[in-house]
Design a protein around this ligand. Structure first.
Ligand SMILES: [Zn+2]
Length: 210
């Protein structure tokens, strides 16, 4: 099976378990060779093995079903320091970018095969992380998370960290996921601001690492 085209389910998907209020504006669609949308309700019922064809996704913000194949041109230098994360996100949409780039890295490194990753759960996880980043924050937003993950990929591959440190597939996946998630929920202000304004967050965490 070609990773460049699509990655099928490896396990039956129990959809809905990752859904929360953040997901209300996101709509999953079927993808692959036939691209058409289906509703969130359908997605919640997408547990059956007959839905193995639901192998890719899209989000309602941009309404189309991206595939690795149709974006291979724009992804071809995704593993280089020259990769322009801002242009990439602008060209295909921030929501798609946040899913497509991790999928590309996962497929390139064959992590889905090595770790038997459920494609749809991985996509839903990505949607959750994307939803947790704030678009109104100028720097510590989803594009920054993606940018750090892309640089982590360069360090792992081009800079040779995988070989140097003899990293396992789980180590690699953990590094990429940690990079993508590292500013999840960032509100755009720093520790000092929270402490000085006696914010709820500073009170909750006693001024430490807020
Ligand atoms: Zn950061």
């Amino acid at each position: 099976m070609s990773h460049e085209i699509q990655i099928g389910f490896k396990n039956n998907f129990s959809g809905g378990e990752l859904h929360n209020n953040h997901m209300s504006d996101l709509t999953m669609v079927k993808a692959g060779s036939k691209k058409h949308t289906h509703s969130h309700e359908h997605d919640n019922n997408c547990h059956e093995s007959s839905h193995k064809h639901c192998s890719l996704y899209t989000l309602s913000e941009t309404g189309e079903a991206p595939t690795l194949e149709e974006h291979k041109e724009i992804l071809k230098n995704a593993g280089s320091l020259e990769f322009n994360i801002f242009k990439f996100s602008q060209d295909i949409g921030r929501d798609k970018a946040f899913i497509l780039l991790p999928m590309h890295f996962m497929a390139t490194l064959k992590l889905d095969d090595h770790l038997d990753i459920d494609e749809e759960k991985f996509v839903k996880f990505g949607e959750q992380i994307y939803s947790g980043y704030r678009r109104d924050v100028e720097y510590h937003n989803d594009i920054h998370g993606l940018d750090v993950m892309q640089f982590a990929y360069v360090v792992l591959t081009k800079f040779g960290l995988i070989k140097l440190a003899e990293l396992t597939s789980l180590d690699i996946l953990s590094t990429l996921v940690a990079a993508a998630c590292h500013d999840y929920g960032h509100d755009g202000v720093n520790n000092v601001y929270h402490v000085n304004t006696i914010s709820d967050r500073a009170i909750t965490y006693s001024d430490h690492a807020v």
